[in-house]
Design a protein around this ligand. Sequence first.
Ligand SMILES: Nc1ncnc2c1ncn2[C@@H]1O[C@H](COP(=O)(O)OP(=O)(O)O)[C@@H](O)[C@H]1O
Ligand SMILES: [Mg+2]
Length: 236
Amino acid sequence: MEPVVTIRGLSKTYSRGETTVTALHEVDLEIRKGEFCAFVGPSGCGKSTLLSLVAGLDQPTAGEIVIDGRSTKMLSSQAWTTMRRETIGIVFQAFHLVHGLTAEENIALPLMLRGEQGRDISARVDELLHRVGMSHRRHHRPGELSGGEQQRVAIARALVHQPRLLLADEPTGNVDSHQGAEIMALIQGLAQSGGQTVLLVTHSAQAALAADYTWSMCDGRLVSRTTPTTQTGLSS
Ligand SMILES: Nc1ncnc2c1ncn2[C@@H]1O[C@H](COP(=O)(O)OP(=O)(O)O)[C@@H](O)[C@H]1O
Ligand SMILES: [Mg+2]
């Protein structure tokens, strides 16, 4: 399988006055098509920074990210926006739904931004509402939904344009453990059936079990790669 994401020598430093923080330090990584990869590690180890660089929401200090064989080094912010609309879906811890819009309108947004037309949009939105179990809440606004329900809508919105790459930063961080397990099952099931490649950031060892393998991070570096089998000792 060809790599969907190749990362070479990726570093990110933040400067605040006199102090410099190295959030990522020369990360090398290859993620293949259809893989579900989790990143775990203590708060501040660079997980969100890594994901936001892959999403083009922030620029690296050094190194390069190749997505679908295409270097992103020279992409303008306009080109990154196009890349996200076509190739990337993102789920955040804080949901980031548009508060004035209903569940179905939120899910439709990525398609409308791509200029798709009414009938195609509503068929696709219906399908996603169904798949995340939210058809009965389609006319509700985010403020009228529980955290877990909001995250279901956010997952539907992230996947509605069938992105090749799904990025999820602590998707279970704002929901209780029961809802968190449901959210993870949803991401796992939808990504697998759609052949999507998933990069999940989490500090939950339980959530990471949904992944094919897990990279542990520390101080801006990838430290070790484990699979659920070696984590749980099922092989012995
Ligand atoms: N915009 C920023 N400005 C300055 N420092 C930042 C910024 N974003 C992140 N950092 C720092 O970079 C490091 C990594 O942050 P982050 O990637 O958010 O970690 P994680 O998601 O693993 O908790 C932390 O030390 C954090 O304080
Ligand atoms: Mg984070």
